[in-house]
Design a protein. Structure first.
Length: 87
């Protein structure tokens, strides 16, 4: 990904981000949504699995639930891409 826009985060990238931030996937049946949680957050992170990339407002709401900012996500993407280039 060349641009680090919050509006074009793929489901796969967001899953990796959540896992790196200590979240775990919560089984919720076959609802078309994924729920992720971790200790200390009031609400689970939820997003639809049939819309890829994830809409920006969903990313922003979930970041807020995690106590993170869009800059935290952008920094994670830059770090990941730098690591990919060096491998």
């Amino acid at each position: 990904m060349n641009t680090y826009r919050i509006g074009n985060i793929s489901i796969e990238d967001f899953r990796h981000f959540l896992a790196d931030k200590g979240c775990g996937k919560v089984e919720s049946g076959n609802t078309g949504h994924e729920k992720w949680s971790k200790a200390g957050i009031m609400r689970p992170v939820v997003f639809q699995t049939h819309i890829d990339p994830i809409p920006e407002f969903i990313i922003r709401n979930n970041l807020r639930n995690l106590g993170l900012t869009s800059n935290d996500l952008r920094a994670w993407l830059r770090k990941r891409d730098t690591k990919k280039r060096s491998d």
